[in-house]
Design a protein around this ligand. Structure first.
Ligand SMILES: [Zn+2]
Length: 300
């Protein structure tokens, strides 16, 4: 059994053939063409799939989207507004399941299926990068919510007096901790950092502003995760995404804030951990929607 797994992001589109045990057999990627991504995307799929029979298609895509219909409007792809991605792929690959979910839920599924959350019944998988998103596994199954957005931890309030968020609310975790906000906070204080990796590099070299910026974001993540862990009674929270690769300057304040917040006795065994899968998590999670659909797919 092998399936076609697809990860749609704002800067690149990745696809892979994934076999039944979650191994990526073959892969390709192409830069996202924001105005009209379909031609290059379809060509990549044709080369990748070639003559090999596939037994399903799983897609992780940036939101917003309608779910499970799979009409997508990714923020960074203006050419796709209410684009019927799931239906278009179902036409292209008739007779097999075609399943699409948001990329943060795909990440959570991947980490539960083959990553740091293996064998745990209750976990949060979250991503701190350009945005902050997440997915929930409770009782061993992905929780979708009414619109497919359950687990969207980025809009939990981290600071009621904090900055206004893109969602219109105030003080959301995303508004404080997302990579661009973290870099902007440092730049307002004189830092020369231009992106997450350069900020992490400065912090590793001992730069105080860079360290303070990453500590602020890490603390915000740790505090919110501690609160949400209490709400959901989870045992593992996997924190991935670009900013999670910033090293101890991010992780130590995160763990400290988590420990300070998650104090109820039933949370004694709860841990926050980095991802078990590397860059393949998005593709493995997309594949899991088909290959382990009993746990990660509940729609038609
Ligand atoms: Zn928000």
């Amino acid at each position: 059994v092998s399936v076609l797994a697809i990860d749609i992001g704002g800067t690149k589109m990745a696809a892979a053939i994934v076999d039944a045990d979650g191994t990526v057999v073959r892969r390709d990627r192409t830069p996202t063409v924001p105005a009209d991504p379909w031609p290059a995307f379809a060509e990549m799929l044709d080369v990748l799939v070639d003559s090999e029979p596939i037994e399903g298609v799983g897609i992780g895509c940036g939101g917003p989207m309608t779910w499970p219909a799979g009409e997508v409007s990714p923020l960074n792809i203006p050419g796709w507004r209410d684009f019927p991605l799931r239906a278009r792929l179902a036409e292209r690959y008739p007779g097999v399941p075609v399943r699409l979910h948001n990329d943060a839920i795909a990440f959570a599924a991947a980490e539960h299926w083959k990553g740091a959350g293996q064998g745990v019944n209750d976990m949060i998988g979250m991503v701190v990068s350009t945005g902050v998103g997440g997915g929930l596994v409770l009782g061993g199954h992905i929780v979708d919510g009414a619109s497919g957005n359950a687990g969207h931890i980025g809009h939990v309030v981290a600071d009621p007096d904090g900055p206004v968020c893109v969602c219109g609310g105030r003080g959301c975790l995303e508004a404080i901790a997302r990579g661009p906000a973290t870099v902007a906070w440092a730049r307002e204080r004189g830092s020369t950092a231009v992106d997450g990796p350069s900020l992490a590099g400065l912090a590793a070299a001992g730069d105080e502003v860079a360290r303070a910026a990453l500590a602020r974001s890490g603390r915000a993540v740790g505090g919110v995760v501690g609160s949400v862990a209490a709400l959901l009674d989870v045992r593992i929270v996997v924190v991935g995404g670009g900013l999670s690769q910033s090293g101890p300057a991010f992780w130590e304040p995160l763990q400290e804030a988590f420990g300070a917040q998650a104090r109820l006795p039933y949370l004694a065994g709860a841990r926050v951990v980095p991802p078990g899968l590397g860059g393949d998590a998005a593709l493995v999670g997309a594949a899991a929607l088909v290959l382990a659909g009993d746990r990660y797919w509940s729609a038609d």
